[in-house]
Design a protein around this ligand. Structure first.
Ligand code: FVH
Length: 289
C-alpha cells in the first residue's frame, strides 16, 4: 500500500508527486503517457499498471489532469475502486463541475475534496504554494498532514464548489491585472519606451493602488459606496476616456479597455457618479448586458 496515489502527471501532477515523495510519503502514480512517470519513479514512486490499480493502492487519491472531462474519462471506469477512499481533485474547473463531481464520488462511496492550486509547479511543496480545499471536512482533517506536504492548505467549507469559486475569483483579479499591464506595455512600447525602463514605475504604482482594496471590501460589505470617497466614479469615467482615445491614436487595440469604459458609463448613467469605483460590483452582479 502507498500513502497517496497521484493520477495525472503533467507539469502540476509531477510537481505534486515530487513534493509528496520529498516529504517521505509512499506514492503510487498513473499517467496516460507512461514516459512521464520516469521523473517521479527516479525519486521512488511506484507506477500502477492502470487507473484502478492506482486507486486501490492508497486511501488518498489525488487527481490532476487538464480538465474535468478528463477526470470523468480516466476515473469513470475505476469508480467502484474509489469506495471507502478519499478523492482530492485538483483539476481547474467551475463550482458546478466540482459539485457534480462530489455527487459522483459519493455515489462511488468515496469522500470528496475539491482543490484549487494557487501556484505554479516550481512553487509546489513550498509555503508560498497556497492550495484551497473544500468538501468533506472530516476527510480533509484526516488527510491534512499529507496535503500539507503540497503547500499551505486552506480549507474553505463543506460545499465542494467553494474551492473553485475562490480559485477563479483569484484568477479574475490576476487576469484583470495582467490585462492592464498588457495595455500599458503596448502603449509605452508604441512610443519606443523599453518595457524594462517602464516596469519599475508600473509595479510600484500597482502596489500603491492596492491600498484601496481593503476600503473597497468595507464598501462592498456595507453597501455604502459613498463614504471616504477619494476619487469618485464620475471623475474616473471622464479620465478613462483619455486612456481609450490615446490607445486609438497610437493604433493600440482597445479590446481590453473598452469593456471597463462601458461599465463606468453604465454606473454614471445609473446615478453613481459620486460613489466609489467599488459600486460597479453591484452592476456586475446582474447579468443584464
Ligand atoms: N501548470 C500550472 O501552472 C497550473 C497552476 C494552477 C493549476 N493548474 C491546473 O492543474 C491541472 C493540470 O495542469 P498541468 O499543468 O499539469 O497540465 P499539463 O502539463 O498540460 O498536463 C495535463 C495532464 O492531463 C493529462 N490528460 C489530458 N488529457 C487526457 C486524457 N484524455 N486522458 C488522460 N489523461 C489526459 C495529461 O496526460 P498525458 O498527455 O501526459 O498523457 C497530463 O497528465 C489543470 O487543471 C490546470 O488548470 C496548473
Amino acid at each position: 500500500m502507498s500513502d497517496i496515489a497521484v493520477i495525472g502527471l503533467g507539469a502540476m501532477g509531477t510537481a505534486l508527486a515530487e513534493a509528496l515523495l520529498d516529504k517521505g510519503h509512499a506514492v503510487t502514480v498513473w499517467n496516460r503517457s507512461a514516459a512521464k512517470s520516469e521523473v517521479v519513479v527516479a525519486k521512488g514512486a511506484i507506477v500502477a499498471r492502470n487507473v484502478e490499480e492506482a486507486v486501490r493502492s492508497s486511501p488518498l487519491v489525488v487527481v490532476c489532469p487538464l480538465v474535468y472531462d478528463t477526470v470523468h474519462e480516466v476515473l469513470g471506469p475505476a469508480g467502484n475502486a474509489l469506495s471507502g477512499r478519499t478523492m482530492v481533485n485538483l483539476t481547474n474547473g467551475t463550482p458546478e463541475q466540482a459539485r457534480a463531481m462530489s455527487t459522483w464520488a459519493a455515489r462511488c462511496g468515496a469522500d470528496y475534496i475539491d482543490g484549487g492550486i494557487m501556484a505554479v509547479p516550481p512553487m509546489i511543496g513550498g509555503q508560498h504554494a497556497l492550495i484551497l480545499y473544500s468538501g468533506s471536512r472530516q476527510a480533509f482533517d484526516a488527510h491534512a498532514g499529507r496535503l500539507d506536504a503540497l503547500g499551505t492548505s486552506k480549507y474553505l467549507g463543506e460545499d465542494a464548489g467553494l474551492a473553485p469559486l475562490y480559485d477563479i475569483s483569484l484568477l479574475a483579479g490576476m487576469y484583470g491585472l495582467f490585462a492592464g499591464v498588457l495595455q500599458a506595455l503596448a502603449l509605452t512600447g508604441k512610443a519606443g519606451i523599453p518595457a524594462g525602463e517602464f516596469m519599475p514605475l508600473l509595479t510600484s504604482w500597482l502596489k500603491a493602488m492596492q491600498g484601496a482594496l481593503p476600503i473597497w471590501a468595507q464598501q462592498v460589505d456595507s453597501g455604502d459606496h459613498t463614504s471616504n470617497v477619494v476619487s469618485n466614479l464620475g471623475m474616473q469615467a471622464d479620465a478613462y476616456v483619455n486612456l481609450v482615445d490615446a490607445s486609438r491614436a497610437a493604433d493600440v487595440s482597445i479590446e481590453l479597455v473598452l469593456p471597463m469604459q462601458n461599465l463606468m458609463r453604465r454606473g454614471v448613467a445609473a446615478g453613481m457618479a459620486n460613489a466609489d469605483l467599488s459600486s460597479l460590483v453591484g452592476l456586475l452582479s446582474k447579468q443584464d448586458t
